[in-house]
Design a protein around this ligand. Sequence first.
Ligand SMILES: Cc1cc2nc3c(=O)[nH]c(=O)nc-3n(C[C@H](O)[C@H](O)[C@H](O)COP(=O)(O)OP(=O)(O)OC[C@H]3O[C@@H](n4cnc5c(N)ncnc54)[C@H](O)[C@@H]3O)c2cc1C
Length: 383
Amino acid sequence: MDLSLTPEQEELVRTLRAFARKELAPHSRDWDRSGEFPWQTWRQMGELGLLGLRMPPAYGGQESDYLTFGLAMEEIARGDFGCTYGLQLAGLAGEIVGANGTEEIKKRWLPPTARGEEVIALALTEPGVGSDAAHLACRAERDGDGYLITGEKSGISLAMVARSAVLFARTGVGGGARGVTAFLVPLDLPGVSRSPMRDMGSHSVGRGVLAFDHVRVPDSHRLGEEGQGFYQVMRGFDYNRVGIALACLGAAQISLEETMDYVKERRAFGKTLATFEGVSFKIAEAATHIDACRGLCYRALCLADRGRPHTKESAMTKWWAPKLAVETIHQCLLFHGHYGYTDELPFEQRMRDVIGLEIGDGTAEVMKTIVARELMGRESRPY
Ligand SMILES: Cc1cc2nc3c(=O)[nH]c(=O)nc-3n(C[C@H](O)[C@H](O)[C@H](O)COP(=O)(O)OP(=O)(O)OC[C@H]3O[C@@H](n4cnc5c(N)ncnc54)[C@H](O)[C@@H]3O)c2cc1C
């Protein structure tokens, strides 16, 4: 499989690398400390077309290929990990709403999201249900020409700044995946309330709890047919997980590059740190693992771009890359000695940020269950 980049993709990488260095990295620590949502940067990302990468062009998007989306995730993460949530959530909403929304909904919600003026959250997880996402408790009950939504969504990224959410609720009588339906729910409707969660990382993005108490939405806010919601979001997760993996690798790669610069300068026992094999071999190993993992990510996205199955490859990247990134950034922090432990250097923040996506969008255990199922068939499934 040819994994080389097109001239346009190479140009995009150059542009975004400069954008991340000049516009994101200098502010990343302040965003982390203040927890303030960077609206102005969201608009800049909108101007660059980053928030419309997976949206239809008729509604302000680019509908770019999946590999381009992954490259953008990797480059943005080099400057600020939190900003990659913009790409992935606008991407998921763009795909689900773009493919299943009514004309009215698409026109209302997609263009301002692509411009970075509004945010659409993705509300799947609940207080009692995360990995086992097919067994949601949140209900949408028929009410004339609409639905009444009741339930709670927990751990939702961008919950405090989002204007609306793609929400998954049970419409069917059965308990499984077939009873789940997606809705576009404006978050200023009567009966919606929200509260923030105090996270260890990605402070500027933040997560929160969204509660829905008999919230009425008209039929036009249903996304696609009843019973399709679970499959819509899982299709999105298949490519988005690779985007997350590449974001984690972006954070690991920049950490490694900064560490290589440092160990070439820092001296101990009369020599630079780079001359000690205890240091240089670990750097060589991390670079090897990152390269190998990036290759798997590109292959998964190239398969997606060719319309070929990529569930297995996607799940492989989603357990491997976040773990590799945490380990690499941790080692980079240690190579900076006592300076590495301060919040003046970016390593502790990057570690806190990346750990979140060891969990978000599916944990390592769930990813390995998917890989095993794809390799060995349903006989390997524990449930
Ligand atoms: C940073 C972050 C951002 C998030 N953003 C969003 C968002 O925007 N929207 C949204 O809907 N959700 C979001 N989530 C929620 C996330 O998707 C869930 O946390 C995740 O799916 C895991 O669910 P859970 O937390 O309920 O863990 P649980 O399902 O309770 O799992 C707890 C532990 O048990 C393990 N486990 C569970 N089942 C198995 C099994 N079969 N075999 C082995 N081990 C198992 C898990 O791996 C995990 O270690 C986010 C989470 C984080 C941390």
